[in-house]
Ligand binder design. Structure first.
Ligand code: UFG
Length: 325
């Protein structure tokens, strides 16, 4: 039986496919290549170029292959963009989920592992954020992920699909051999944008606001290595295979770093001074997001390997240096 990875040509999807293949799993990738990359498609996987809103194409994949479980990474992910273009997010993320769940249930596939996000919490009431804390998203992206989680939950209750929702904090870094990395066009994420400065591709990094209620005034995030995120998916698959009940988990390190701290760490890793400019706050950005990762550690037996921000940035730097030659 195979694992269908929707969005397997993207950043977190491609790293997860690598680990699935290394674990001996049969992998099928469905990706429309709108943000993913052909080069990131694992040669050991069977590839279908398809949009998850295309039900006919999805049903064909389910008909042609024996699929045990679906890993769902195929979504738009930019919180800032979602504030300006909310319907883009509801179309791809929410409608995509509807079609995927329809195709799955009509084809008798009963397990799904879903890429959710810390963005479902919005501005948290306390830190670290626990899975039972309030979910009040501050941008359409987070709202779309919360709706997607709820869709899965109701379908699960009605039709017996079991799921694991993984609420990622800030995915970062790259596989250590430098073959896969964070490759968004246009790039909007902090660490790759910072690294573009020492690469000579950008003059400076703009700090989006320094008047937040944090010690240095800049936003704090919990940066979790992409290889650790990928590993959590394999833990979740094992959990569902062993009969685990539907569940949702935060995936983070439990440590937060401010924008300024990330810039300082990147200066150490690259041994270069990184020029900064102060800009306006970006709409929809919560001041501080740090995960309590206890539940995933206890129930999924998941332990992140990367607990040092400089090591995380070093893996990203390695990939950027190779990829930008
Ligand atoms: N930032 C800057 N300058 C930039 C880019 C970002 O100061 O040029 C700041 C942002 O304002 C934010 C922090 O850096 O405070 C991190 O921003 P990212 O865009 O890298 O990441 P986000 O926290 O906005 O969002 C990311 C993913 C989401 C996910 C979220 C979970 O894009 O999919 O992490 O915490 F939901």
């Amino acid at each position: 039986m195979a694992i269908l990875v929707c969005g397997g040509a993207g950043y977190i999807g491609s790293h997860t496919v690598r680990q699935l293949v290394e674990a001996g799993e049969e992998v099928i990738i469905a990706d429309n290549l709108s943000t993913g990359h052909l080069y990131a498609i694992n040669p050991a996987a069977k590839f279908y170029e398809c949009d998850i809103r295309d039900k006919v194409a999805l049903k064909k994949i389910f008909a042609e292959n024996k699929i045990e479980a679906v890993f769902h990474f195929a979504a738009y992910i930019e919180a800032g963009e979602s504030v300006l273009l909310p319907l883009k997010y509801f179309s791809n993320n929410v409608c995509g989920m509807e079609i995927l769940l329809e195709a799955m249930t009509e084809s008798g596939v009963d397990k799904i592992i879903f890429s959710s996000s810390a963005a479902v919490y919005g501005e948290p009431e306390r830190i670290p954020i626990d899975e039972l804390d309030k979910t009040v998203p501050t941008n359409p992206y987070g709202e779309s992920k919360l709706i997607m989680e709820k869709m899965i939950r109701w379908v699960s209750a009605a039709q017996g699909v079991r799921y694991v929702s993984l609420r990622y904090f800030n995915a970062s870094g790259a596989i250590e051999d430098g073959t896969l990395g964070e490759d968004h066009h246009p790039e909007t994420h902090l660490i790759p944008l910072i690294l573009q400065v020492p690469l000579g591709k950008r003059d400076h990094i703009t700090i989006f606001g320094d008047d937040y209620s944090t010690p240095d005034g800049t936003c704090i995030r919990d940066y979790i290595h992409v290889v650790d995120l990928a590993a959590a998916h394999l833990c979740a698959l094992k959990y569902l295979r062993e009969g685990g009940e539907s569940n949702f988990f935060n995936l983070g390190t439990g440590h937060g770093f401010s924008v300024k701290e990330i810039i300082e760490a990147a200066e150490k890793v690259t041994a270069q001074k990184i020029k900064t400019m102060l800009g306006e706050r970006r709409p929809g950005d919560p001041a501080k997001l740090i995960a309590s990762g206890e539940k995933a550690r206890k129930i999924l037996n998941w332990t992140p390997r990367f607990d040092d921000i400089e090591k995380i940035i070093a893996t990203a730097w390695n990939w950027h240096c190779i990829h930008n030659k």
